[in-house]
Design a protein. Sequence first.
Length: 160
Amino acid sequence: MLELLKPERGTAIVLMPNSSMTWKTNRLILLGMFVVNMTIGIGFALMGGWLILPFAGLEILLVGFGMYYVCWKLNFKQMITIEAESFTLQKGVYFPKEEWQWQTSSIELLKQPSRYRMSAPNLYLKHMSQTVEIGDFLNREEKKELVEWFTEQRIPVVKI
């Protein structure tokens, strides 16, 4: 997903994976699964099969951990800010964990076609000898929009 921002100076775009559900929705689904699972588990425990309760709890715990991990991975963001002379790329989940600052005049966007016809191309930002992949989680249409945005910002796009 692409989100255009208008900071005080320059222009910015935020890249983030498409997410169908929020963590709040995931918690509600997990709560529903817990209620159903424990109802069945307690029913079996009342009939003498008490050993099912720890496994029912462990199942909910593992499913909850998996849902949290996926939701956390889908909060990953990349923010690109272009000002008159400076270009900033930031990557992270809740705050920027990696950051690159370069001169705008020496940046290129490298577009590497995919091996498969219907797959999205790989996009890289190149500054001198340093290359950083961007938007690896975007789909084909979103990468096309991103390339158009770079073209509008007068950043050269080079096919490799």
